[in-house]
Design a protein around this ligand. Structure first.
Ligand code: ADP
Ligand code: MG
Length: 255
């Protein structure tokens, strides 16, 4: 019995789920001075939208995503989640990494359950929720497999299940498909969009980093174009597709 939530497209004037305001990040490069990676970046994530962050490698996309996730404190600027300042990781915001970031010595089930450990969820409930997330993302039957026994696509499904198991409101994905071959990426992308469009993931908004423009157009409602040196949002594209379902139409292709 999957959670079903209705999604009403929202326009201006509403409280963002996530807001990153005037984010700057500078790294100390020792003798070669300091590197300004992010320069006054503003990003808002509103309910019911998928936002893409598109930019070339090294432009600071991952740094920004980590700051939004509370995994790093930016040099300056403020990130808020539901109006409250983000000062560290929160269970309302989950992250999927490009390299999956699984523990090789843990099974699929254990990797997914781990997402709940920090939350003080009792073991029986942990198991139940982990199995539900595994089932949702199409991994049933692989509960006791180890990451090394799985294909890249399956590993990223574990990464997604581990993120979804905490029932976050916001999902941040850092190039989630770029370590996968084209067909695997397309399958996973379609499955994910399917869950989103059908309201079967209890997620209210997604921010996805990518350097693939086709992927951004296929998945996102809004695309922020990130310029480099230093990283900042230089343009915003609104993807005009009346029904998100249209993106799942197999005849729909950009190229
Ligand atoms: P992207 O995800 O767009 O490829 P990153 O955010 O990973 O970009 O990196 C942006 C720049 O910041 C790069 O030049 C990278 O080398 C540098 N950088 C990232 N993390 C660190 C760090 N922890 N210390 C020093 N430099 C870093
Ligand atoms: Mg990156």
């Amino acid at each position: 019995d999957a959670t079903v939530i209705t999604r009403t497209p929202q326009t201006g004037g509403i409280v963002p789920l996530v807001s990153a305001a005037q984010i700057c990040q500078t790294y100390d490069k020792g003798a070669s001075g300091s590197l300004i990676v992010l320069d006054k970046v503003d990003v808002e994530l509103r309910p019911a939208e998928i936002v893409g962050l598109l930019g070339r490698s090294g432009s600071g996309k991952s740094t920004l995503l980590r700051a939004i996730a509370g995994l790093i404190r930016p040099s300056s600027g403020i990130v808020t989640f539901q109006g409250k300042p983000v000062t560290g990781p929160t269970s309302g915001v989950a992250v999927v990494f490009q390299s999956f970031a699984l523990f090789p010595w843990l099974t699929v089930l254990e990797n997914v359950e781990l997402g709940l450990e920090a939350q003080g969820v009792v073991p029986a409930e942990r198991r139940k929720r982990a199995l539900a997330a595994i089932d949702l993302i199409g991994l049933d039957g692989f509960e006791s497999a180890y990451p090394k026994e799985l294909s890249g696509g399956m590993r990223q499904r574990v990464g997604l299940a581990r993120a979804l198991v905490v029932h976050p409101k916001v999902l941040l994905m850092d190039e989630p498909f770029s370590a996968l071959d084209v067909l695997t990426a397309e399958t996973l992308r379609t499955d994910l969009l399917d869950l989103w469009c059908e309201g079967r993931m209890p997620i209210e908004a997604i921010l996805m980093v990518t350097h693939n423009i086709e992927e951004a157009v296929l998945m996102c409602d809004r695309i922020l174009i990130f310029g480099s040196n230093p990283g900042r949002v230089i343009a915003e594209i609104k993807v005009d597709m009346p029904q998100p379902r249209n993106r799942l139409d197999p005849t729909f292709r950009m190229l």
